[in-house]
Write a protein that binds this ligand. Structure first.
Ligand code: CAA
Ligand code: NAD
Length: 283
């Protein structure tokens, strides 16, 4: 099966990065969101990153122009009728995601593969609302997408081998490294990463140390590129909370209980870098 056109649903920090790397790899790309201003914000962030790549001599002006020509803004879900592969990257909420997958199943061509960039939600459950569960798969990119090499590929219970192979080939064409995992809450990446972040938040909550000290210890002591609280702000505190809730519900184990401080910040609208305030303040 040949993939020519990819539609990315959700033009936030992940969706815009996914659309960028797909367009850079030569795919025809629709970048879709609910409102024109959200799509334009995503496109502007891509333009900024491409301009930086040109300035740094990593990309020619011609390649930048080719990449931008491959990108098509979308606010009509009907564009899914043109797509061979759709990658969903909207908010980490099962009801919102299943609502979108039902619509896509009706609109997308019969051959189209439906992928989700979910951080933790069961692919099998998302697939079950469609009439093509064998063509539903998890394609979990890491943030920031243009920089990070990994794509965790999640096989739902019914994902077919041929669909897995197509997604593995697309991932390689995006210049990323696919790693295969089975469908369990949080997969591998967030089952391991998010409890560490949650524990860092508990340490802050219990007054063990200041945010800067917690981050410095993990950066200098463990050679992590970012401390856990900086990383939580970078990921989005809403996304971190949803992932912990999925782990707690999925495994039924209190060791995944989200820290009350994380809940409090999300309730206050302190979602991290994207809202200008989280464990740190951003201008
Ligand atoms: N988008 C695109 N490119 C970015 C970027 C962003 N948000 N932030 C940095 N970069 C690029 C920079 O442009 C720079 O490239 P050039 O030098 O060629 O311009 C390069 O990355 C390095 O950036 P900096 O020198 O400014 O900073 P750095 O060396 O500290 O690297 C970083 C930045 C790559 C983000 C690094 O701090 C890092 O690896 N942090 C950890 C990221 C991580 O753990 N991601 C996974 C999160 S979990 C996840 O994604 C899964 C989930 O479901 C929640
Ligand atoms: P974000 O808040 O930056 O962007 C989400 C976008 O989805 C917004 O632009 C919003 O308008 C749009 N959206 C919401 N409902 C929609 C709908 N019904 N139709 C079309 N668009 C809709 O979020 P994000 O950080 O990009 O996360 C998106 C997904 O990627 C989540 O499932 C998250 O768990 C996952 N993810 C996030 C990270 C991360 O570090 N932030 C990493 C890997 C995976």
């Amino acid at each position: 099966m040949t993939i020519n056109t990819i539609m990315v649903i959700g033009a936030g920090q992940m969706g815009s990065g996914i659309a960028q790397v797909c367009a850079m790899a030569g795919y025809n790309v629709f970048l879709h969101d609910l409102q024109e201003e959200f799509v334009q914000k995503g496109i502007q962030s891509i333009e900024k990153l491409l301009a930086r790549a040109v300035d740094k001599g990593r990309m020619t002006e011609e390649d930048r122009d080719d990449t931008l020509r491959q990108l098509h803004p979308s606010t009509s879900i009907q564009n899914a009728a043109e797509a061979d592969l759709i990658i969903e990257a909207v908010v980490e909420n099962m009801d919102v995601k299943t609502g979108i997958f039902k619509m896509l199943d009706d609109i997308a061509p019969k051959h189209a593969i439906l992928a989700s960039n979910t951080s933790s939600l069961p692919i099998t459950e998302i697939a079950a609302v469609t009439n093509r569960p064998e063509k539903v798969i998890g394609m979990h990119f890491m943030n920031p997408v243009p920089v990070m090499k990994l794509v965790e590929i999640i096989r739902g219970l019914q994902t077919s081998d041929s669909v897995y192979e197509v997604i593995e080939a697309v991932t390689t064409k995006l210049n990323k490294v696919p790693v295969e995992v089975n469908d369990f809450p949080g997969f591998i990446s967030n089952r391991i990463l998010m409890p560490m972040i949650n524990e860092a938040i508990f340490a802050l909550y219990e007054g063990v140390a200041e945010p800067e000290a917690i981050d410095e210890i993990m950066k200098l002591g463990m050679n992590h590129p970012m401390g856990p609280l900086t990383l939580a702000d970078f990921i989005g505190l809403d996304t971190c909370l949803y992932i912990m809730e999925t782990l707690q519900e999925g495994f039924g184990d209190d060791k995944y209980r989200p820290c009350p401080l994380l809940r409090k910040y999300v309730k206050a609208g302190w979602l991290g870098k994207k809202t200008g305030k989280g464990f740190y303040t951003y201008s």
